[in-house]
Write a protein that binds this ligand. Sequence first.
Ligand SMILES: [Zn+2]
Length: 366
Amino acid sequence: MPHLPRTVTSPKKFIIGSGILKELHEYIKDFGDNALLLCDEFILERVTQNTLPYLHMAGLKGKAEKFNCECTDAEIKRVMGIMDEVSANVIVGIGGGKTLDTAKAVAFYKKIPVIIFPTIASTDAPCTALTVIYKEGGAFDRYLYLPQNPDVVIADTSIIAQAPVRFFAAGVGDALATYFEARACYAVDGVNLVLKRPSRTGMGLAQLCYQVLQENVECAMDAVRNKITTPALEQVIEATIYLSGVGAESGGLAAAHAINNGMSVVPDLHKAQHGEKVAFGLLTQLVLENAPKHEFDEVIRIMKIVGLPLTLQDMGLVNFVEAEWRKAAEIACDKHDTMQNMPKKVTPEAVYQAIIAANSLAERYK
Ligand SMILES: [Zn+2]
């Protein structure tokens, strides 16, 4: 598609540091003077104690509101109603991916700025211009593509370091695939996440993402295990929250995420984290590419350091049902999915066989 332009899209500002909850007003005041802070339940009290008093001292208005657990149309509407009641002109999402997605959707519908404050680093949700909407009861409903990335994304390392290690590891899994998927997309001059062509900058950010993980992941794990913050942890969080999200959006995705999407039809894997499935999808992509041994060695080294599951069994698979995996391979090759960014045409048969090969390879490395 030679007529498509290339893009770099990103949040306006990315802030990383520790103890930022008390300084949130510093970032809010650039975008509005009356903030609704949509919070996960576990952090609501801390926001009420640590953020609101300083916000008021700075001459701004603010209200903290508990997020109701699921990003549905009803929840988006409810939050919009509260915004109207208190005449808020900026929204701050503080919590996990669904909370952030709800805040992004509310900002879009109300045409107001949004500040994103992730409390875990498990996915690319914070930086991207996308909200995933679910039905009541938790089934996937639809993607809401947003015209803009969030205005500000704030990564507070002191809070993210407190989250369970498994979420942190999943974020590394998601970030680990970024370079390899962008590389494939760039090689084929494919389509990135905003449906334009990948830019050299997007490719560069994806490369940096991988490099930062390679250099820092061991020391970052020491920090996460002890719930403390170190420079290595800060660099890895910059990679998992910013570089991975922006690198994927501007650089494009490929087989790893398409295979993750396919895996949604395997019931045994419903409890697996997004980043865990993406990491296995990456191994499958490397099999499809017949990647050199040193790339498998390095990817698996990182997966082992953070404690990501290596095999399908590690991820929760009890029985390998051929029909399920044939279906997964078929979905992964959907003509609208990112498998289309692979340099060679990939068939469902090839994906099915590569999944089995990747699993066997992972067992060998255990
Ligand atoms: Zn992802």
